[in-house]
Design a protein around this ligand. Structure first.
Ligand code: FAD
Ligand code: SF4
Length: 484
């Protein structure tokens, strides 16, 4: 696969990112297009390793060496055919997947892995440009009706697969735009919303019906959902944010990350453009609490809005630069990660516990924190946290963004009214066939898995569609997807 000696001839060379000074002035995507020769060169680095661990690194089981080989040969149509056989939306994963496949690429044992994610993006973008990615409506309809609640990547993958099996699919979405976190969470500089729109247009052409402003359990009853459809898939995400219950939390200026990111995405798409009291970081000293992806998205957004200075604080200790010995290849490396947003500025700090917020006239002015240390107990178990005596400090700030993760799907409303059983972490419990405790009601993506990744949402969506088809028809031709 690729060129057996390619990895010795060329190093890893991802596409160029736009210069920082240009990109912080707008919300356009960061990466520039690859010249074809560069993409082919990178595809050739796939080295015929015999046991392609990348297959199992990818939750979709993408057939990576094969599409790399096609790219090396310049057969972009063949590459696309291979990619689409396992992945409904490579134009999304090619842009925002953290690429666990690359962590398990055999080359990364002692060198830099193949640029799998960027190759995937290039194949998908060429597929759209050349008109090779087209609507694929089913040749006949079964007469069965399926409702998908939630239009994030899990809901979209279920809908596309189940529609291809000939069932009539309606996607019910409470927001006014379709796409879940692809539309309202992930910033445009990572995923341009035109990329989402061109896919949604094709899905409508395939016959999928999208209804927005439908909040199941609030303005649409669960009885109606169960009565009108032959099967239902809950793809409602994991939207209950982890809160910070400290004095001063209710001051104006302390907000959940999603309140902030959603407003910016809506503003770019023209929704709520005239909102006068829009949350903005312009001219403010911003503190982001949480060192993960959501925090990095807040960081990139705050710089684009013209923040004066941004601090990003993480409670946990700073991860190592290199893999620890107990975290060997091909496992996902637990190391310090930097996103392109970190190239753009900001101050990152670790081992910081926020104790309170203070201000005047109801408005935030300061964050009060203390440094903490994490120690592994001698008898094993989870690391324990202790405050470092005398390390208290205060930061002047006008905007604090809470980006500390998500707990589980919202229980009030739809899930309580349906009476679905929950697992120990508060997610929708599903059996081996991805059905919840309510017959005919399935679940996919973050709703069942907890907050995860787009690639997992698509993989679970594909798998759940297969199970729904089997439930409705007694047999199925839809493919299996999960690599494990
Ligand atoms: C800020 C942020 C950045 C992220 N960045 C990345 C990234 O770069 N790469 C990556 O792989 N992952 C990323 N993730 C994680 C990824 O977005 C999620 O894992 C993925 O979107 C989950 O897909 P889903 O379809 O299960 O749920 P979601 O995308 O959350 O979609 C659920 C949908 O259900 C709707 N809904 C909920 N309840 C109802 C109801 N009662 N009635 C009707 N509709 C309802 C919601 O409005 C929402 O549209 C990020 C997450 C966040 C928060
Ligand atoms: S979807 Fe993600 S994990 Fe799978 S091949 Fe693409 S970049 Fe790798």
């Amino acid at each position: 696969m690729g060129k057996p000696t390619g990895f010795m001839e060329w190093g890893r060379q991802p596409p160029e990112r736009r210069p920082v000074r240009d990109r912080v002035g707008d919300y356009r995507e960061l990466y520039q297009r690859w010249p074809e020769a560069a993409a082919k060169e990178q595809g050739s680095r796939c080295m015929d390793c015999a046991v392609p661990f990348c297959h199992t690194g990818c939750p979709l089981g993408n057939v990576i060496p094969e599409f790399n080989h096609y790219v090396y040969l310049g057969d972009w149509e063949g590459a696309l055919r291979t990619l689409l056989s396992t992945n409904n939306f490579p134009e999304f994963t090619g842009r925002i997947c953290p690429a666990p496949c690359e962590a398990s690429c055999v080359l990364s044992i002692n060198s830099d892995p193949v640029t799998i994610e960027y190759i995937e993006k290039e194949i998908a973008d060429r597929g759209f440009e050349q008109g090779w990615i087209k609507a694929e409506p089913p040749s006949k309809r079964t007469g069965k009706r399926v409702a998908v609640v939630g239009s994030g990547p899990a809901g979209l993958a279920v809908a596309q697969q189940i529609n291809r099996a000939g069932h009539q699919v309606t996607v019910l979405e409470r927001a006014h735009s379709i796409g879940g976190l692809l539309a309202l969470g992930i910033p445009d500089f990572k995923l341009d919303k035109e990329v989402l729109k061109r896919r949604l247009d094709l899905m409508e052409e395939e016959g999928i019906v999208f209804q927005t402003g439908v909040d199941v359990g609030v303005n649409y009853t669960v009885e109606r959902l169960l009565n009108e459809y032959d099967a239902v898939c809950l793809a409602c995400g994991s939207t209950q944010a982890r809160e910070l219950d400290v004095p001063g939390r209710d001051l104006e200026g302390v907000h959940l990350a999603m309140e902030y990111l959603t407003q910016q995405n809506k503003a770019i798409s023209g929704e709520e453009a005239a909102l006068d009291d829009r949350l903005t970081a312009e001219g403010k000293r911003v503190v982001i609490l949480g060192g993960g992806d959501t925090g990095a998205d807040c960081l990139g957004t705050a710089h684009r809005q013209g923040a004066e200075i941004v601090h990003q604080y993480e409670l946990l200790a700073e991860p190592p630069d290199e893999r620890p010995v107990d975290n060997p290849w091909p496992q996902w490396p637990m190391v310090l990660r930097s996103s392109p947003a970190h190239e753009e500025g900001g101050v990152r700090d670790y081992g910081i516990l926020t104790k309170s917020f203070s201000g005047s006239e109801g408005k935030l002015e300061r964050l009060h924190a203390v440094r903490v240390e994490w120690k592994q107990p001698e008898n094993g178990g989870r690391p324990a946290m202790t405050e470092v005596a005398g390390s208290d400090f205060v930061v002047e700030t006008e905007l604090v963004l809470l980006a500390m993760g998500f707990l589980h799907p919202e229980h009030d409303g739809m899930l309580t009214q349906l009476g679905v059983e929950l697992d120990g972490r508060g997610n929708v419990k599903v059996d081996a066939n991805r059905m919840s405790s309510v017959p005919g009601v399935f679940a996919a993506g973050d709703a069942a898995r907890g907050q995860s990744l787009v690639v997992w949402a698509i993989a679970e969506g594909r798998e759940t569609a297969r199970e729904i088809d089997l439930y409705l028809m007694g047999e199925t031709n839809l493919p299996r997807s999960l690599s494990d």
